[in-house]
Design a protein. Structure first.
Length: 236
């Protein structure tokens, strides 16, 4: 999908309609962005099928601002609009990897009123990957989950090709381990967004994003019953 980027309601509606059409043929979907605006129409379509959605949001930034560059629909606002529209489960949303700057003194408080709990990068340094995974799973439980991966959750050393890089981020190993731990959760969809090829030296960011997609799809794959060989008779 192409990036929205201009806050165009018609483009957002087009993405929502396309997502609904895909969900008629597939139980879940992985969306490749594009900027983070695309999360809003995808969540609208998923909510129509599953009800309130828990968002597992990997990002350097909150993306719950009221406006961004004076627009209510842009890549810094999708989860604010989703919460206002009643698309989210306020008991089951969280951010992982937050470290970016804030726009006002009330940003974190407003974020919590929308139903998000942040796990900041300095907390991850203290509790480690295992502790972060435990917090993720305790928050998400068996709720319908949408995983949204802004590639700038990675440190610029691992993902330079993005529009808003923030030093001090996750390593690619840490992110991939966290995504593997989503196996067994009730994941109904996911996205990978904010890869900017024009800034991507040696395709470092594109390679990282491809591995993120691989881990997400692998985590969705059915697991064989213990003690029973997997069925290899079915076509792919």
């Amino acid at each position: 999908m192409a990036a929205v980027g201009l806050g165009d309601p018609a483009a957002i509606t087009t993405i929502e309609n396309g997502t609904r059409a895909v969900l008629e043929r597939a139980g879940k979907l992985l969306v490749l962005g594009g900027d983070h605006t695309i999360a809003l129409p995808v969540l609208r379509a998923l909510h129509a099928r599953h009800g309130p959605i828990s968002v597992l949001h990997f990002d350097a930034h909150l993306d719950t601002w009221d406006t961004y560059f004076n627009s209510p629909y842009l890549h810094g606002t999708p989860f604010r609009r989703a919460a206002e529209e009643g698309l989210l489960d306020p008991e089951g949303c969280l951010h992982v990897g937050i470290r970016g700057g804030l726009y006002g003194p009330g940003d974190m408080k407003q974020d919590r009123t929308l139903g998000f709990v942040p796990i900041r990068c300095e907390e991850i340094e203290d509790i480690g990957v295992r502790g972060t995974i435990e917090r993720m799973r305790a928050r998400l439980q068996d709720r319908p989950v949408y995983i949204s991966v802004d590639i700038d959750v990675l440190d610029p050393a691992f993902a330079p090709g993005t529009g808003t890089p923030e030093p001090g981020g996750l390593t690619s190993r840490e992110l991939l381990m966290m995504l593997r731990a989503t196996s067994g959760l009730n994941v109904v969809g996911a996205d990978i967004v904010e890869v900017a090829p024009a800034y991507d030296h040696a395709e470092i960011t594109g390679v990282a994003a491809a591995h993120v997609g691989y881990e997400l799809l692998s985590a969705w794959a059915p697991k064989p019953t213990p003690g029973r060989a997997p069925d290899t008779t079915r076509g792919t």
